[in-house]
Design a protein around this ligand. Structure first.
Ligand code: URA
Length: 234
């Protein structure tokens, strides 16, 4: 396609009211795993407020039918670290804030407790926390591929707006959404990957860590978090 044809396409989309186009990256290059994280490139970006406004009273997928509150994200717009979970649960749906239920309390403890132990002055409010889908799936089921695809562009925009120094993906759904890899979390956790030049750490979802038989995973998640916190805040 030449420049003129591309210009005409873009003008046509603009006439239709489409102001943003997204390109989904193919799978992370060379397996995506990197031994040393590299700082992301910077550039112009939009604000979270604009993205929230675009989402509006979203009815783009079936998940809006059962929601009480849309859960956009919470925390520092200029955070150096972003955590991405799966989707809101009952408490999040009631309050409109991500990770406020039991799993959320554990996540907060993990962030603040690890930071304190490592001598890093960091509170939950200093990071940014959001999910792959913004509305609660019925019975807390895993979001379906079409729901993730519909909501995904908003997550992409949030991440590009914040441009954190690193992203921490919590659990398999977040890992699948951003890294599109076949391995499970057990295999991926603790390694550095990259999403659009931003270093990414995968770790267990806090809900998984709440189960009593997963206590050894808890230790591993703490190790993963330590690695991320030192990379971002040292
Ligand atoms: N689990 C998630 O993945 N996200 C939340 O916001 C709460 C629980």
């Amino acid at each position: 396609m030449n420049r003129e044809l591309l210009r005409q396409y873009l003008a046509y989309y603009q006439d239709l009211g489409i102001t943003h186009l997204y390109r989904f990256e193919p799978r992370a290059p060379a397996g995506g795993v990197v031994s040393e994280p590299r700082a992301p490139a910077s550039g112009p970006s939009e604000s979270l407020a604009v993205i929230r406004e675009d989402l509006g009273d979203c009815r783009r997928c079936r998940l809006h039918e059962g929601r009480n509150k849309l859960v956009f994200g919470v925390g520092n717009e200029h955070a150096k670290l972003v955590f991405v979970g799966e989707g809101p649960g009952a408490d999040e749906d009631a309050q409109g804030i991500p990770f406020v239920g039991r799993a959320g309390q554990l996540l907060t403890q993990m962030i603040e407790g690890t930071a304190r132990k490592e001598g890093l002055p960091l509170l939950r409010q200093d990071v940014y926390i959001c999910n792959v889908v913004k509305c609660r799936p019925p019975e807390n089921r895993t979001p379906l591929p079409d729901e993730m695809e519909t909501c995904g562009p908003f997550l992409v925009r949030q991440l590009l707006a914040i441009r954190p120094k690193a992203i921490c993906l919590l659990g398999a759904t977040a890992a699948k959404a951003l890294l599109e890899r076949k391995e499970g979390v057990t295999k991926m956790r603790g390694n550095w990957y990259r999403w659009r030049d931003i270093p990414v750490m995968v770790t267990y979802h806090p809900s998984y860590l709440l189960r009593p038989y997963n206590q050894s995973a808890k230790r591993e998640a703490w190790e993963d978090l330590k690695k991320v916190l030192h990379y971002v805040y040292d």
